[in-house]
Ligand binder design. Structure first.
Ligand code: NAD
Ligand code: DAU
Length: 341
């Protein structure tokens, strides 16, 4: 199978490409990535060493570039597109929504149209549980929960989901949408809660916890998510939406305390800071459809996954240092200063 992957140099995309090339010997992947602050070609160094120009090809470019995307789709015999590329960080979307609208909405539209013109036979649009909005203390999101996004990030993802839906209904274009809860695992960029907490803990720096720390997220290991995306690619029904979750709801405080315990650091590092504006209280996923139709369930328990992930960060100190570019530090310094961190 020849697959165009977008955003393959980011956290989930890099894990997905590694998984596909190692698991399915007939897979050939072209990775289109703009290499934003979150994209890092070194995330695929091992893939490049083994497969570059044989089963893996890299194209440095923007999904918003119409002629590039059109030429790419017509120039290579793709069987499928798996679309990960996005601006992915909620806090950045609060700081400046425009790149989110450009990449997540216009970029997705550009890909859908080019793929339709090129008659690509499967398109997996990777989305998020955040499009459903926020839950109270009880309940779960199903695939039929109405979309009610609350941040510029989730609004841009919901917009792209609606475009994908429209392409199925209007043009019978075979697109599937996946919605997943919070991922963790190797190669996650250290602006997100788990790697950020690890980084701060190992440096004995204050760990910023928004509000009272009682917001709840459902955590899933990135490999379980990648297996869900692969199952959708092979077995998904065109037009369908599939939820993926980890069955591991935790408050943010529980997450931070777990990391402090596993790294042997003091809870005195916990620092409560001004809450994220519009902060969703709770996410939880029902994924019976994915189990029934795709044969998918999450396999990696939270305890096992967290231990393994922290070991990965421990063994990849150089990676962690290298990804903290000037642009990374500039955003982090400004953002946390305004929260009183
Ligand atoms: P990430 O920020 O780590 O990586 C995004 C990648 O997209 C980077 O390599 C970046 O260079 C690339 N990119 C950004 N703009 C681009 C553009 N205009 N053209 C080409 N490439 C571009 O993100 P992630 O956490 O790996 O998330 C991947 C996808 O999964 C996103 O669509 C996100 O909404 C979705 N998702 C993420 C999570 C999560 O917990 N991280 C959960 C559910 C869904
Ligand atoms: O739910 C899926 C989503 O998960 C994905 O669609 C997004 O791309 C991904 O970034 C993630 O969004 P969150 O906002 O949930 O992830 P983040 O790691 O930024 O925050 C997790 C929780 O931790 C959230 O409730 C906010 C809180 N938090 C986060 C940071 C960075 C803190 O308390 N302090 C922090 O410094």
């Amino acid at each position: 199978m020849h697959i165009l992957v977008t955003g393959g140099c980011g956290f989930i995309g890099a894990n997905f490409i590694q998984h596909m090339l190692h698991t399915y010997a007939d897979t050939v992947i072209v990775n289109l990535d703009k290499l934003t602050y979150a994209g890092n070609r070194r995330n695929l160094a091992e893939v490049e060493a083994s497969f570059l120009e044989t089963r893996y090809f890299f194209v440095h470019g923007d999904i918003c570039d119409q002629s590039l995307v059109t030429d790419l789709m017509h120039g290579f015999p793709f069987d499928a597109v798996v679309h990960f590329a996005a601006e992915s960080h909620v806090d950045r979307s609060i700081n400046d929504p425009f790149p989110f609208i450009t990449t997540n909405v216009l970029g997705t539209q550009n890909l859908l149209e080019a793929a339709r013109q090129a008659k690509i036979s499967r398109f997996v649009h990777v989305s998020t549980d955040e499009v459903y909005g926020s839950l109270g203390p009880t309940g779960v999101f199903t695939e039929d929960t109405p979309l009610a996004p609350n941040s510029p990030y989730s609004a841009s993802k919901a917009s792209s989901d609606l475009l994908a839906r429209a392409y199925f209904h209007t043009y019978a274009f075979p697109v599937m949408i996946t919605r997943c809860s919070n991922n963790y695992g190797p190669y996650q960029f250290p602006e997100k809660l788990i790697p950020l907490t690890y980084l701060k803990a190992t440096r004995n720096e204050p760990i910023p916890v928004y509000g009272d720390g009682l917001n709840v997220r459902d955590w899933i290991h990135v490999l379980d998510h990648c297996q869900g995306v692969a199952a959708t690619l092979f077995k998904g029904q065109p037009g369908a939406v599939y939820n993926f979750g980890g069955d591991a709801e935790r408050t943010n405080l529980e997450i931070v305390r777990t990391i402090l315990r596993l790294t042997g650091k003091s809870e005195d590092l916990i620092t409560f800071v001004t809450d994220r504006p519009g902060h969703d209280l709770r996410y939880a996923m029902a994924f019976e459809r994915s189990t029934r139709d795709l044969g998918w369930t999450p396999k990696i328990s939270f305890d096992e996954g967290m231990e393994q992930t922290l070991h990965w960060y421990q063994d990849h100190g150089t990676w962690l240092d290298e990804v903290q570019s000037g642009a990374y530090r500039q955003f982090m310094d400004t953002w946390y200063k305004t929260r009183g961190a």
